[in-house]
Ligand binder design. Structure first.
Ligand code: 13P
Length: 248
């Protein structure tokens, strides 16, 4: 059985003081349950969060890593550095990095390999733009991303990847995909994974939906058979709203 997994993506928000205050309030209401929970914070907040979350069962996530482990790569952060801070998960291939920073599928593939090399579990983001959807190309775009991102990643590793389906038109726009639209693409992603690997692997993989998830819509999203969790942006910045989402 796949375990529900809710991850907050703080993006470039919260300083260290705000991160600690969030965790204090969050842990006052958090009860361990069958729902895997992670907070993906900016690099500079990871150490404080690691200490604040210690023993709570809430997992620590980063939002990016470099694909090499060390060397002359000014300004970059490596897998071993994240591992040393106790990072469990790392978001890879978020659409904001794909579009604003020009990350392509080949780089994302290298980053996935770097994460596995360092014992960090990837949350791989895929999703189409509004124009691609309007042109009817959403399935081709998403299956192409999966095929290139997962190139030469064996099934034993793939099964540990969380795939987050984040349609670009639903991110930060308040325009959520309908539960049926999200389910439709997540089911398609699972069938694409089965084609790349096999049905057993695909049926064990966690698929999240992301894009304007909030307390008011998480229930109907989690009711969908191929959606195992959510990657939450804006609504994950408020401790009580994240608690409500986890308790969907
Ligand atoms: P919002 O929940 O703010 O739409 O962001 C979604 C997202 O990009 C999570 O990674």
């Amino acid at each position: 059985m796949r375990r529900p997994f809710i991850a907050a993506n703080w993006k470039m928000n919260k300083n260290i003081g705000e991160a600690k205050a969030f965790v204090r309030e969050f842990l006052r209401h958090y009860e361990k349950s069958g729902v895997e929970t992670a907070i993906c914070a900016p690099f500079l907040q990871l150490q404080a969060l690691q200490e604040a979350l210690s023993g709570s069962g809430v997992k620590l996530g980063a939002q990016n890593l470099y694909h090499e482990d060390k060397g002359a790569f000014t300004g970059e952060i490596s897998g071993p550095m994240l591992k040393e801070l106790g990072v469990d998960y790392c978001i890879i291939g978020h659409s904001e990095r794909r579009t604003l920073l020009g990350e392509d599928d080949e780089l994302i593939n290298r980053k996935l390999k770097a994460a596995f090399r360092n014992g960090i579990l990837p949350i791989l983001c895929v999703g189409e733009s509004l124009a691609e959807r309007e042109e009817g190309r959403e399935y081709v775009v998403v299956s192409g991303q999966l095929r290139k991102d997962l190139y030469e990643i064996p099934a034993e590793q793939a099964v540990q990847i969380t795939v987050a389906y984040e349609p670009l038109w639903a991110i930060g726009t308040g325009r959520t995909a309908t539960p049926d639209q999200a389910q439709d693409m997540c089911a398609y992603i699972r069938s694409a994974l089965a084609e790349l690997y096999d049905w057993k692997t695909a049926s064990e993989m966690c698929i999240q939906y992301g894009g304007s998830v909030k307390p008011g819509n998480i229930g109907e999203i989690m009711d969908m058979p191929d959606i195992d969790g959510a990657l939450v942006g804006g609504a994950g910045l408020d401790p009580l709203s994240l608690i409500e989402i986890i308790n969907f």
